[in-house]
Write a protein that binds this ligand. Structure first.
Ligand SMILES: *Cc1c(COP(=O)(O)O)cnc(C)c1O
Length: 381
């Protein structure tokens, strides 16, 4: 029997504890730039094993601030993956740098370190690997390439809060790591982001950038200086209170995401028509999304048709993401063309994101499994 309502691909989890935590701040104040911001930052830094965490109004703001702290500007190159959300490349471009795209590894779908090595130049200022779907990128190799060329690694870990790479939590590895707190992500504050670093100079720059570039404040109660103009990228106290409350559930969120991924993997193991996600043995993915890839040679329908058939079953499938080199801006401004990244293209032509979020019931999970099996059987060659 088909579901009555569309199951979304992702959804936040807000409970009464969260609502109480936010209400308390709204009742007692301060509502922005107060103690909850510092408390949230410290708790996330401790969880991830980083020295500093700087809360931002979003991950896009965090990427901008991190690029600025890394000194990215006019004439620089910034390398990122072709398969990501536009925000990963937009920050660098806003600062006048050239977004240089690299192809992906076909198994993890993350940026291919060998392509990064090929594209690194003297003027490459930053490399922005993305932990797609919550699976960490090949950070050791990327850091080696970057540091050997004087470039900074800014990890776009919007999907990967709580993920691990070779026994270390994400947030404790790259020069700077950016998390998103947008609702479908691992943890939410409504809107919000965080930048983690072990580098005190970066942390100072990130804090200044968040608050109009102000430094050396309160010398006489009113004085400040501005060495470099910044932005208003602040996050409110009631959002940080929500973040603190959400953090208590983080391990549960991750365990539930991994459990759903395991059920999908088991249920699709006997379907050669679809490729299920790779998880390298030395990482722990947090499955922000669960992406399957179709094997077109084994099916009589293409991705579009199978996508529509799943939507007709009320499974709110999605596609993450349209590779950046296919978007008008990157073609017009930076000369990218269809055909530039064969692995990214093959991935994009066959990818479908299935619903996965902690609030899904076991019945929801079974609905997804049944719908996928039914649709694949219909189009089996
Ligand atoms: C969600 C997302 C962002 C942007 O996050 P915001 O908090 O919405 O600004 C950046 N990069 C990736 C890979 C994302 O998925």
């Amino acid at each position: 029997m088909t579901r009555k309502t569309m199951l979304p691909y992702g959804l936040h989890w807000i409970d009464e504890d969260d609502i109480r935590a936010v209400s308390e701040v709204l009742r007692s104040g301060p509502i922005t730039t107060g103690p909850k911001v510092a408390e949230f930052e410290q708790k996330v830094a401790d969880y991830c094993g980083a020295k500093y965490a700087v809360a931002m109004s979003g991950a896009t703001a965090g990427l901008m601030a991190a690029c600025k702290a890394a000194g990215v500007g006019m004439g620089d190159d910034v390398i990122t993956t072709a398969v990501t959300f536009v925000a990963s490349a937009a920050a660098a471009a806003h600062l006048g740098a050239r977004p240089v795209l690299a192809d992906i590894e076909s198994d993890t779908l993350n940026i291919d370190p060998s392509d990064v090595a090929c594209k690194t130049r003297k003027w490459t200022k930053a490399i922005i690997p993305v932990d797609l779907a919550g699976h960490p990128a090949e950070l050791n190799e990327i850091m080696k390439i970057a540091h050997g060329n004087g470039a900074v690694v800014i990890e776009d870990a919007a999907h990967a809060l709580g993920a691990e790479f070779r026994g270390k939590r994400i947030g404790s590895i790259a020069d700077m790591t950016v998390f998103s707190l947008h609702p479908p992500k691992i943890l939410t504050t409504g809107e919000g982001g965080l930048v983690l670093t072990d580098n005190a100079d970066y942390a100072d720059k990130l804090r200044a950038c968040r608050h109009h570039g102000l430094v050396n404040r309160d010398l006489n109660g009113w004085e400040y200086d501005v060495e470099d103009i910044g932005y208003n990228f602040r996050l409110t106290d009631f959002q940080c209170a929500l973040g603190i409350s959400q953090l208590k559930k983080l391990d549960f969120f991750i365990a539930r995401r991994r459990e759903i991924a395991r059920r999908y993997n088991a249920a699709f193991a006997d379907l050669p028509e679809i490729i299920t996600p790779t998880e390298r043995e030395y990482v722990k993915s947090v499955y922000h999304i669960y992406i399957i890839q179709l094997r077109p040679e084994m099916l009589t329908a293409d991705r579009r048709e199978i996508f529509m058939a799943l939507r007709a079953e009320k499974i709110g499938v999605n596609v993450h993401y349209i590779p950046l080199h296919l978007l008008t801006y990157f073609q017009r401004e930076w000369g990218y063309r269809r055909g530039d990244f064969p692995k990214a293209q093959r991935y994009y032509d066959n990818a479908i994101t299935l619903p996965l979020f902690p609030k899904m019931t076991d019945e929801d999970v079974q609905d997804v499994i049944d719908a996928v099996r039914k649709v694949i059987a219909r189009y089996r060659r």
